[in-house]
Design a protein around this ligand. Structure first.
Ligand code: ATP
Ligand code: SF4
Ligand code: MG
Length: 328
């Protein structure tokens, strides 16, 4: 177990979207810590709450969203901060890499102006000239020539744009980087290059990273620990190899069996029958119960607790009730 102080800690985080039909419980009682230099992969089926969790840490959720619980960045509970205070944190202490860089880049701003704006918003004491030097260094780290500072983002290829986003994300050396499906829109060769680059960069920036992806191949290459989400719950959290070679939660097992090209020995591909439940007005019980081959009566009646096993793994399943301690 890592005893160093966490860069970011989620304590019973809940994110509910308020709708006319009731609350959509997109993230429901999720707790974990992430440490410096660690890459935590977050995986799970579409709609299980991965992006909502990432956006909650940056507080970039739509107005209809409500956050409960706490999110500590070092010692600060950022759920208590207002928008002005959050603006000082975004891009400086926490930065985000999105699937499609164009959504967060301004098409009529040159690359250099994106850097100058990011740097000088957080560090107004830095001159424009110095900001440009920092931009050139950050671009060099991702293999882009400083001559491209005068270009517009649309003049870059998809892979290059993503590299530029990475440079922008690290230019102020954040403590935490949240990458949400950073390579999903790229072809496999560029995807591999970008992942390799992200690994290398994280090695010298020494930040913590949350890597959100539906691709178990990506998390296998990139992460130290993996959190598996299902219908708004974190159902398992363990070191990468434990998840791949000794998964505990029935959903983790089913997820691994349904993915081609993982390192699992069993080559037969299986599908998980049924669909995740609606997150609108969800009640008591395990959210995986309708699809779980091991479900029993208690599973439909009571929500399993977050159990911490002797080796530090977290699993949210009644099967392990006698082996684990309830997480405080
Ligand atoms: N603005 C919103 N209002 C109501 N419900 C929402 C809103 N945004 C997301 N949701 C719901 O919250 C749940 C979690 O969505 P989220 O986008 O976080 O999932 P995800 O795991 O990132 O999925 P994907 O893999 O498809 O990106 C889904 O059920 C989604 O329909
Ligand atoms: S709590 Fe029950 S239904 Fe849920 S995963 Fe465990 S065994 Fe299956
Ligand atoms: Mg998402």
């Amino acid at each position: 177990m890592n005893r160093e102080r966490a860069v970011c800690s989620l304590k019973s985080l809940k994110v509910y979207y308020m709708t006319f039909d009731g609350p959509v419980k997109a993230v429901d009682d999720v707790s974990f810590d992430i440490h410096r230099e660690e890459t935590l992969g977050l995986v799970g089926e579409s709609g299980c709450g991965k992006s909502t969790l990432g956006s909650a840490i940056l507080k970039i959720l739509p107005r209809t969203a409500r956050i409960y619980g706490k999110i500590f960045l070092d010692d600060t509970d950022i759920t208590a901060l207002d928008e002005r205070e959050m603006q000082k944190i975004r891009g400086a202490r926490i930065s985000m890499i999105f699937q499609d860089p164009m959504t967060s880049l301004n098409p009529i701003m040159k690359v250099k102006d994106h850097f100058i704006e990011t740097i000088r918003t957080h560090r107004p004491e830095i001159s424009e000239e110095e900001a440009l030097e920092m931009a050139a260094r950050a671009l060099a780290e991702v293999g882009i020539s400083e001559s491209r500072l005068n270009d517009y983002p649309f003049q870059f290829s998809g892979g290059m744009r993503q590299r530029m986003m990475i440079a922008l994300a690290i230019v102020l050396r954040p403590s935490l980087i949240i990458a949400d499906e950073p390579t999903t829109s790229l072809d496999v060769i560029v995807q591999a290059q970008i992942l390799e680059l992200m690994k290398e960069i994280q090695g010298h920036v020494r930040s913590a990273m949350i890597l959100i992806t539906h691709d178990l191949g990506v998390v296998a290459e990139m992460t130290n620990r993996i959190g598996v989400m299902y219908a708004g719950h974190l159902v398992e959290l363990a070191p990468r190899d434990s998840i791949y070679y000794d998964p505990l939660h029935p959903y983790t097992k089913a997820l691994l069996e349904s993915v081609p090209n993982t390192r699992i020995e069993d080559k037969e591909l299986k599908y998980i029958d049924g669909f995740p439940p609606s997150l609108l007005n969800v009640g008591e019980g395990c959210r995986f119960a309708d699809r779980c081959p091991k479900a029993r009566k208690v599973c439909f009646e009571k929500t399993p607790k977050d159990l911490v096993l002797e080796d530090g793994r977290l699993v949210k399943c009644w099967l392990y009730e006698s082996e684990g301690q309830v997480e405080e």
